[in-house]
Design a protein around this ligand. Structure first.
Ligand code: NAP
Length: 275
C-alpha cells in the first residue's frame, strides 16, 4: 500500500484567481513535483478580490512555498509584495509570488520570459530590428510588449480600444485592411487578445491573408488543440506557436524560483496535455 500523503511535512504552493477552477497550473506543477521527487502539493485557491490581501498574507504565514497569480489579481497583488523585479516594474503586474528567506515577499512576472522561451523553442526568429504586429493590449500584451522591446523589436499594436494600443507600441487601426497591411510587414504576428478562446471559427479581427512562409503566427490563447487561427495560419505556410508553450515556460520560471531546482519541462508539458 502507498504511504499516506500528504503528511505534516508536505509543502504547498498554488494559484490564486477568481474564478480559478479551470486553471491548468495544478496539473502542470504537480507533475513537476512528482517528477522531481519533491514532497510538495500545488492547489487552486479561489480568492474573491475583496479578500486578496488577507488571503495572500495568511497563505504565506501558513508556510506557502509560492503562488501563481491569475485574473483578476495580477495588479492588485502588488500591494502584498515587499519587493518586485524589474519585469514587474515595467509591466505593472505580477504573476508569481516568491517567499524569501527573511520572510519578505517578492513579486515577479514570468509571462514575458515564458513568451520568449516558447517562441525560441517552437519558431526561433530574429527580433532585433524586426517588425512585430501584436493584436491586443491587455495584461498579457503588456508583458509581451516588454519582452519584445527587450529583444529590440519594433512593436506595432492593434486593439479594439485604440488608446490602450498606443500605450504599448506604434498603434495600428483595427479595420480588416489595416490589420492585414500591418501583418504583411511583420515577421511575427501575435494574438494577445482572448479572441478564439471558445469558438471554432477564425476570429475576423485577426489577420490571415498576409500570413505565409516567412511569418510566425503566435496565439497566446491556450487550448488542447491549435486554435482555428493557428490552424489557418499553418495551412498558409506560416510557422506557428501556441499558448501552451508560454503557459509551460512561465510556470517553469516560477517553479525554479520556488524550489531552487531545474524545472522538468517534459513532465510539466505532459501534465498540461493530460489535463
Ligand atoms: P485582458 O487584460 O482582459 O485583455 C484582453 C484583450 O483582449 C484586450 O486587448 C481586449 O481588447 C481584447 N478583447 C477581448 N475581447 C475582445 C473582442 N470581442 N474583440 C476584440 N478584442 C477583444 O486579458 P489578458 O490577461 O491580457 O489575457 C488575454 C488572453 O491571453 C486570454 O485568453 C488569456 O487566457 C491568455 N493568456 C495566455 C497566457 C499564456 O501563458 N499562454 C498568459 C496570459 C494570458 P480591449 O482592450 O478593447 O478590451
Amino acid at each position: 500500500m502507498d504511504a499516506p500523503w500528504p503528511t505534516s511535512r508536505t509543502r504547498f504552493a498554488g494559484v490564486i484567481g477568481w474564478p480559478v477552477e479551470h486553471s491548468l497550473s495544478p496539473s502542470m506543477h504537480n507533475a513537476a513535483f512528482r517528477e522531481m521527487g519533491l514532497d510538495w502539493a500545488y492547489l487552486a485557491f479561489p480568492i474573491h478580490p475583496d479578500h486578496l490581501v488577507p488571503a495572500v498574507t495568511g497563505l504565506f504565514r501558513a508556510g506557502c512555498g509560492g503562488l501563481s497569480v491569475t485574473i483578476p489579481h495580477k495588479q492588485a497583488v502588488l500591494e502584498c509584495c515587499d519587493e518586485v523585479t524589474p519585469a514587474v516594474q515595467a509591466i505593472g503586474a505580477a504573476n508569481t509570488l516568491v517567499p524569501l528567506e527573511d520572510g519578505r515577499l517578492r513579486g515577479d512576472n514570468t509571462d514575458a520570459e515564458g513568451f520568449l522561451r516558447a517562441l525560441d523553442e517552437a519558431a526561433p526568429v530574429e527580433l532585433d530590428g524586426a517588425t512585430v504586429l501584436m493584436i491586443g493590449a491587455g495584461g498579457a500584451a503588456r508583458a509581451i510588449a516588454f519582452a519584445l522591446a527587450g529583444r529590440g523589436a519594433r512593436v506595432r499594436v492593434a486593439n479594439r480600444t485604440a488608446d490602450r494600443a498606443a500605450a504599448l507600441g506604434e498603434p495600428v487601426g483595427m479595420t480588416r485592411d489595416e490589420v492585414e497591411r500591418a501583418a504583411a510587414d511583420a515577421v511575427l504576428v501575435v494574438n494577445a487578445t482572448s479572441l478564439g478562446m471558445g469558438s471554432d471559427e477564425v476570429p475576423p479581427e485577426l489577420p490571415l491573408d498576409a500570413l505565409g512562409p516567412g511569418t510566425v503566427a503566435y496565439d497566446i490563447v491556450y487550448r488542447q488543440e491549435p486554435t482555428p487561427w493557428l490552424r489557418a495560419a499553418g495551412a498558409r505556410g506560416a510557422r506557428t506557436v501556441d499558448g501552451l508553450g508560454m503557459l509551460l515556460h512561465q510556470g517553469a520560471a516560477a517553479f525554479a524560483q520556488w524550489t531552487g531546482t531545474e524545472p522538468p519541462l517534459d513532465a510539466m508539458r505532459a501534465g498540461l496535455v493530460a489535463r
